[in-house]
Ligand binder design. Structure first.
Ligand code: ZN
Length: 151
């Protein structure tokens, strides 16, 4: 299983809502977790591995977050940070994001939840949320550079 690379059209398409969180959806999420860990990413959306579904995962530190049918319902503040993307190799950029976000989503049991995030998790949420809308960080970056990240 490979991560879909820019400029594949799948990455430009808005994803569809998940109707029912069944065994198949859970299998896709497991697959996403495995690939993200293998590739050393901190976030991944379902369309990055070819599933046109409104799901993304995040792992800013040790904890895995799974967001199904997410919707950003509040944004606060402004912050510029460096971002990269598993679908755009060796490319980095500075992106202006909200400092804090409030996200409504469904968890694996289908229950509606709200999370308030800041710091790295807030940035991951906004980057991955954009993926679900067919938007890439390079569409928004105020500066883009191609280099290896050295940390
Ligand atoms: Zn990305």
């Amino acid at each position: 299983m490979e991560i879909i690379q820019f400029p594949n059209e799948i990455l430009k398409k808005e994803t569809e809502k998940v109707d029912k969180i069944d065994k198949n959806i859970r299998r896709i999420i497991d697959e996403m977790k495995k690939i993200m860990v293998k590739e050393g990413g901190v976030g991944l959306s379902a369309n990055q591995i070819g599933y046109n579904l409104s799901i993304f995962i995040a792992k800013p530190k040790d904890k895995f977050y799974v967001f199904i049918n997410p919707e950003i319902i509040e944004m606060k503040g402004e912050e510029i940070k460096e971002e990269g993307c598993l679908s755009i190799k060796d490319t980095w950029g500075l992106v202006k994001r909200a400092k804090e976000v409030k996200l409504k989503y469904q968890n694996l049991s289908g229950k509606e939840k709200i999370i308030r995030a800041k710091g790295l998790l807030a940035h991951i949420i906004q980057h991955e949320y954009d993926h679900l809308k067919g938007i890439l960080f390079t569409d928004k970056a105020i500066e883009i550079y191609k280099t290896e990240k050295n940390d």
